[in-house]
Design a protein around this ligand. Sequence first.
Ligand code: SF4
Length: 287
Amino acid sequence: MMSDPKPTPDPAADAPSLEAKSPYELRVNLGARVSEADVRAALATGDLGFLHSFTTGSAVDGPGIRVVAWTSGCHWRCVFCHNPDTWKMTNGMPVTLAKAKEELAKYRPGLKKMSGGFTLSGGEALLQDRFVVKLFAAARAMGIHTALDTNGHLGGRLSDADLEVIDLVLLDLKAWDPERHRRLTGMDNGPTLEFARRLAARGKPAWVRFVLVPGWTDDPEDIGKTAEFAAGLGNVERVDVLPFHQMGRFKWKELGLEYQLEDVAPPPAEAVERAVAAFRAAGLKAY
Ligand code: SF4
């Protein structure tokens, strides 16, 4: 239960539009007036979520054309993150579950026609695991395909029953070597690998996403081990190698954060091809 006295106002009633042209819009403090107690209650019930934005027409976040909701809140600190404004949950807009379902329902006919679906990305969506599960269950009830984009670290929060409302997991594998992974993200990759194995054991379809950052994630041996692991799972339908870019650089500056990749250029096409080839050599479909 939320701690507000009745009647509970819609916290998003006078908020700016959720729909963004792209996730590269800098968004801060949209949920700043939600009290800490209400944030805690929202996380416990999943009846309120915090979203950076909604985008429509994505062709890269799962099969078909997708509606994507970008959640706010992330406990990782990837040096290449292009959306550091999503790290703080209350930078996002508070959206009631009812409102999110209503938004989604508007797109239902179009998504069906385009064999698309609904993707929750972030930030790290599983920081709001109850909201994710309730919203995906609602999407499923509307006949909409569901995909979760996650770093997998909090996969243990999902019960086997929760996993049933997720059709596809877009799993971000950042690096194989634990030390490299820690330097890159600030976190241990053990829980992510454990979640990957659990998804595999349940035969849950997964797409792997791998961000290629020159000097940070382009070690051939490390990529080879990641590829070998992904191929051994048996449930990985495809791998997308995502070249690092600088579209989020301005956000680090605006937020006063120290950005270590100031002078890192996007990888050349040959380096991307080499990484794709390494995943293919392990027997995976990679792009
Ligand atoms: S997990 Fe994603 S949102 Fe979180 S810091 Fe890394 S790139 Fe950014």
